[in-house]
Design a binder for this molecule. Sequence first.
Ligand code: NAD
Length: 356
Amino acid sequence: MNYNIAVLAGDGIGPEITNAAISVLNKIGKKYGHNFSFKQLLAGGIAIDKTGNPLPDETIEECKKSDSVLLGAVGGAKWDTLPGHLRPEKGLLKIRAELGLYANIRPAKLFQSLKGACPLRSDIAEKGIDIVVVRELIGGIYFGERGIKEINGETAAYDTEQYSVSEIKRIAKIAFELAKKRKKQVISIDKANVLESSRLWRKVVHELAKEYPEITVTDMLVDNAAMQLVKNPAQFDIVLTSNLFGDILSDEAAMITGSIGMLASSSLGDTTRGLYEPIHGSAPDIAGQDLANPIATILSCAMMLRDSFSLINEAEHIEKAISEVLDKNYRTADIMSEGKTKVSGSKMTELILSEI
Ligand code: NAD
């Protein structure tokens, strides 16, 4: 089969990690008889430098024509002082909206061989962490009405959290469908004791839950969820959240698994075309030094193979190769611990390729 993949390498470590992932996809393609074609496109700071626009029209059009999209990361201090609509992150929000990607799926799993890197107490880490955060991605406060106004002679700024029934329903459906393939548990996060939008969220989730009698649904207030994630992460399986709460909780879930350089994500909508990216940013502090851990991006490609192309064996092959390299005690700097062998980002890619 032929698969056309749009690649938005972006800024900082983006080019290094997407190149690593491309080499892994090429190797898997050779092994299983698939042809992956890659089209490099501009997005983020580099797109601002070259075109004055963080997401040029050509990038949007090519992504829409592709079978799936691989994104590195965007952003950096150089563009931080630009007005909001010209920031690299604006390009990211726009591509998600343009492709109708309303669901962000972020697995946060503690690899057996990386238990030592978990910042939680060992008796908590021992119970394991295997969470999937399902975050609404193109609604809520990040897209709601906003502005700056004068109140009583001083400047005030506002952003609006708003969710419609259909927006809540479609993201909840993704969570329930995923839960069917896992432990059949959904914890739905809200702030229903305070927010009107959260009360509607809770109501819609419970309505939909009636169609999934095999799934256990539990409501949890977001402040409690933030505590429970560090106190007893093993209680979580699928975490269903709005855009804002998910942004924060998914980073917390990522952190407790040891390294931000290990975690993949996908953004999905109603078609098989998804956008796959590591959860970390462009890491300008280590860019160009061959220090970046490529595993999150390579795992994002495994998610692409499974969720967009239904290539299950190929996805598992990549995941197994990564586990084997970790079991052989090779570590990039971000996941290094005593007694392990420290390797560069490119060496880590080489090791994964040879394991495949
Ligand atoms: P970051 O994720 O880029 O970096 C946080 C820390 O983690 C840094 O010390 C970095 O060196 C380290 N790190 C990140 N990825 C790593 C990897 N693969 N291997 C080893 N270490 C890694 O977050 P930040 O520093 O807050 O943000 C830097 C820039 O990235 C900002 O401009 C921010 O807006 C942007 N950002 C982009 C995205 C995205 O493109 N999806 C997400 C988050 C942040």
